[in-house]
Design a protein around this ligand. Sequence first.
Ligand SMILES: NC(=O)c1ccc[n+]([C@@H]2O[C@H](COP(=O)([O-])OP(=O)(O)OC[C@H]3O[C@@H](n4cnc5c(N)ncnc54)[C@H](OP(=O)(O)O)[C@@H]3O)[C@@H](O)[C@H]2O)c1
Length: 162
Amino acid sequence: MSKTIVVTGATGLQGGAVTRHLLDNGWQVRALTRNPKSQPAQVLAARGAEVVQGNMDDPASLRPAFEGAYGVYSVQNPYISGPDAEIRQGQHVADVARQVGLRHVVYGSAGIGVENTGVPSWETKLQVEQHMQGLGLALTILRPTAFMELMTDKKFSPAAAA
Ligand SMILES: NC(=O)c1ccc[n+]([C@@H]2O[C@H](COP(=O)([O-])OP(=O)(O)OC[C@H]3O[C@@H](n4cnc5c(N)ncnc54)[C@H](OP(=O)(O)O)[C@@H]3O)[C@@H](O)[C@H]2O)c1
């Protein structure tokens, strides 16, 4: 439990929850962010995470953050950078995990795990999964359905959260 886990998207909803739970259970966390000075990043640092700078569009920036870690929790957001970037970033995380020899990758996927659903943000994740599987990584794929924040956060449901 003292092993180090890199968490991508650590300043966001999914990665933030993962980071908090790992820290609360005694793990060491490297919280990846593009901006270590941001308020969410500072909150993570105050809670005990090692905040590390990196951009999932730039694999070279990921290497220092990944080296020496045991595993990575990988999540990307297509609503920030677009679907092509989601796939590219997910592949970069997997590639660097493979290069530095991480022991376990946990991927925050979505959907039902089959192609041709017509849901873009599920289809992109299947492409990332296929890439990860092709690398032979020790891999756990999670498929969260709806976040509780859909009911409580105004950015998702203004009327319900008013
Ligand atoms: N909403 C739902 O009910 C639901 C259900 C299942 C699955 N999902 C999936 O969950 C994912 C979104 O997760 P979320 O809501 O946790 O996202 P989020 O809150 O928007 O957080 C996005 C995170 O990504 C980081 N980020 C963005 N671009 C980056 C880059 N180029 N390099 C490094 N970090 C980058 C941001 O960090 P910085 O800004 O600090 O760099 C931020 O921490 C999507 O793939 C979505 O399909 C959502």
